[in-house]
Design a protein around this ligand. Structure first.
Ligand code: ZN
Length: 318
């Protein structure tokens, strides 16, 4: 069938995707329309089941079936299931190589196990890659040919869209921007490296910087946001310093990949008004002039739904 007719046929058929976002705390599910709209959601906590892989996968399969029937749909209405996990995945084989935050997950053939249980096509990928796909296809980076999607949180991750394709690297492990060294003599990181980007802009480092600036021991980025809104000069200085680290980390990426757009998501990106102007200023000042002058910075469009919506793109592109 010619490609265009095939695409129209797909939309006409209105085949839905079940998106699954596996996190260390919760597992979120969503039923996603072909145009990226989530029509039903559910979730369950990870911890009660994380002692046994078999138990966790069993509950997951049950919840997937439940969300399909909850909308009066049958298996024939479902194009497939997309699962995002926080770790290393062999995408071609559908094997979860390693999940740092869920114990015991090493070399789990999740695709094969779920396909056997569900009798539906299943695709498994790294969660940040799914977030990147969602922002590129339906979100802040819609229609952009080259973009970087940066996720800021406890960990710092990224996904790369290069020449209109998700760039995976040799082992589907490309995009670890959080572990790009900014300082060869910097603090040691869990990855084995030193002075990684994450050690400057990950949540723990931002909290430590906030404590240091405010001379307290219980500061958070939310508190620093409130203080900055009240005009506190130290809090404003904190945001300037945090954003300078972010901008510096992105300068190398802008020079290397020449993206049109950097999409920034994750909790800290809520503080856009204190972060983005400085990030832009640092990139403009320190990047090579052509690359630095053309790159735009935008906040991610999707919050908690990003991984689920990305699952739709993953299944659709498979
Ligand atoms: Zn590292």
């Amino acid at each position: 069938m010619p490609y265009l007719i095939q695409q129209r046929f797909k939309v006409f058929m209105k085949k839905y995707v079940v998106g699954v976002d596996v996190g260390g705390t919760n597992i979120k599910l969503g039923l996603v329309h072909p145009r990226g709209v989530v029509i039903a959601r559910s979730h369950f906590p990870t911890k009660p089941f994380s002692s046994s892989k078999k138990k966790l996968i069993g509950v997951l399969a049950h919840e997937i079936e439940k969300i399909i029937t909850s909308q009066g749909l049958k298996d024939k209405d479902i194009a497939g299931v997309g699962v995002g996990v926080p770790g290393l995945v062999d995408f071609d084989k559908g094997v979860v190589r390693f999940l740092p935050n869920i114990p015991g997950w090493k070399n789990v053939p999740l695709k094969a196990i779920l396909e056997k249980k569900l009798k539906l096509p299943v695709y498994v990928d790294n969660d940040v890659k799914l977030i990147t796909l969602a922002e590129w296809k339906f979100g802040a980076g819609c229609g952009v040919k080259n973009l970087i999607c940066l996720t800021l949180g406890t960990g710092v991750g990224s996904g790369l869209i290069l020449d209109n394709r998700l760039y995976r690297g040799s082992a589907n492990a490309a995009g670890e921007l959080g572990h790009m060294p900014l300082n060869e003599k910097g603090p040691a990181c869990n990855c084995g490296g030193f002075g990684c980007f994450e050690k400057y802009v990950g949540n723990q480092s931002l909290f430590a910087l906030a404590d240091q600036v405010m001379k307290k021991s219980d500061m958070t980025t939310q508190k620093m946001f409130a203080l900055a809104n009240a005009g506190n000069l130290k809090a404003l200085q904190f945001w300037r310093e945090a954003a300078t680290h972010m901008g510096n980390g992105l300068v190398g990426v802008v020079n290397l990949l020449n993206p049109q757009l950097i999409v920034i998501g994750g909790g800290v990106s809520n503080n856009e008004k204190y972060l983005f102007p400085t990030i832009k200023e640092v990139i403009k000042k320190r990047s090579m002039s052509l690359q630095g002058s053309m790159v735009k910075i935008k906040r991610a469009k999707f919050g908690d739904d990003a991984g689920i919506i990305g699952a739709q793109v993953l299944v659709d592109n498979a």
